[in-house]
Each structure stands twice: as structure tokens, then as C-alpha cells.
Design a protein around this ligand. Structure first.
Ligand SMILES: Cc1cc2nc3c(=O)[nH]c(=O)nc-3n(C[C@H](O)[C@H](O)[C@H](O)COP(=O)(O)O)c2cc1C
Length: 160
């Protein structure tokens, strides 16, 4: 059986909601990326600061973890869209681990505009073997059950 790792970052729970739906569907280890300095999820300035960090391609330092992604056959990566791009913590992860040739599947959560961000996500992983990608619009807030079903159907269709 192949070893699967789910890696995600989530500020307000949407990406986490999908991560949990995936974990409940397949056998996988899970790694939540946590920046040492986190934005306040309810702060009015989070869009400005987060958007700035994302646009400037910042790579915030992550809290340590003892999972080695290279030990896995498939890595499923989840990030929110921040300023039409991947979130800075996901950028930190991708800069730390060169996933060239590695089998990956990608998901994103966004608030209505995720197309450009998905192009950039795929571009950031162009040397990996991308076996699937999908986006969700605010899955925690709206039609959660449908989003959950969509996530389950997606991952079942991904070559594991
Ligand atoms: C700093 C920041 C920038 C964002 N930029 C975008 C964006 O460019 N396009 C979009 O559709 N949503 C954007 N969003 C909304 C999030 O992508 C969306 O709420 C997502 O579901 C959040 O995932 P999370 O709850 O896992 O953190 C932004 C949110 C934040 C905090």
C-alpha cells in the first residue's frame, strides 16, 4: 500500500475542513503547517498583511515538525489562496523540500477567485508529478456537505 501524507496550512479553517475530509477517506498521515508568527485570523488587517506577504513571496519560518515528506509515495498539499497566489506558509514548505519527481495532488480554498492562484500553484510544482488538482470556494462556510462529497470523490479518483 502506498504511503500518503496530507500537508496543509489553514488560517480560518476552510483548508483544514478539506484536510479532515481527506484524512477520513484515505489512510494518510497529516501535517499542519504552522508559522511561528501567525496572523490573527479575525484581525481587520489580515488581508493587507497576508496579501503583502504573499505578493512579496515571503517564506515565514514554520514550527518544527518531525515528518519527512520524502518517505511518502503521494503528498497531498492544501493551501488557501492569498492574493491570487499560494499562501506564504505553503511557499515555505515548498522551498524547504524539493518535490521534483514526487507524486503530488493539490487543493486550494478561495473566496471566489482561485484560477490564477491554481496556475501559480501548479507552476510552483512543475517539476513534481501532479496527479490531481482541485479548488473549493469557502467549503466551511457554504454547502459544507457538498464540498465534503466533492473532496471525497476527488481523492478517490486520484492515482494513489
Ligand atoms: C491574506 C488573504 C488574502 C486572500 N486573497 C484571496 C484571493 O486573492 N482570492 C480569493 O478568492 N480569496 C482570497 N482570500 C480568501 C481565502 O482564500 C479563503 O477565505 C479561504 O477559504 C481561506 O482558507 P482557510 O480558512 O483555510 O484559511 C484571502 C484571504 C486572506 C486572509
Amino acid at each position: 500500500m502506498s504511503k500518503i501524507l496530507i500537508v496543509y496550512y489553514s488560517l480560518t479553517g476552510n483548508t483544514q475542513f478539506i484536510a479532515e475530509a481527506l484524512r477520513d477517506t484515505i489512510e494518510a498521515d497529516i501535517l499542519e503547517l504552522k508559522p511561528i508568527k501567525e496572523l490573527k485570523a479575525d484581525s481587520g488587517t489580515r488581508f493587507m498583511w497576508g496579501g503583502y506577504q504573499s505578493t512579496m513571496k515571503k517564506k515565514p519560518k514554520l514550527m518544527d515538525f518531525d515528518i519527512n515528506p520524502f518517505e511518502y509515495d503521494l503528498i497531498i498539499l492544501g493551501t488557501p489562496v492569498w492574493a491570487w497566489n499560494i499562501s506564504p506558509p505553503m511557499r515555505s514548505f515548498l522551498s524547504k523540500f524539493d518535490l521534483t519527481g514526487k507524486k503530488v495532488a493539490l487543493w486550494m480554498c478561495h473566496a471566489g477567485d482561485g484560477v490564477k492562484a491554481m496556475e501559480r500553484y501548479r507552476e510552483a510544482l512543475k517539476n513534481a508529478n501532479i496527479v490531481g488538482s482541485i479548488s473549493f470556494q469557502q467549503p466551511l462556510k457554504k454547502e459544507s456537505d457538498e464540498h465534503k462529497e466533492k473532496a471525497i470523490a476527488w481523492i478517490k479518483g486520484v492515482d494513489q
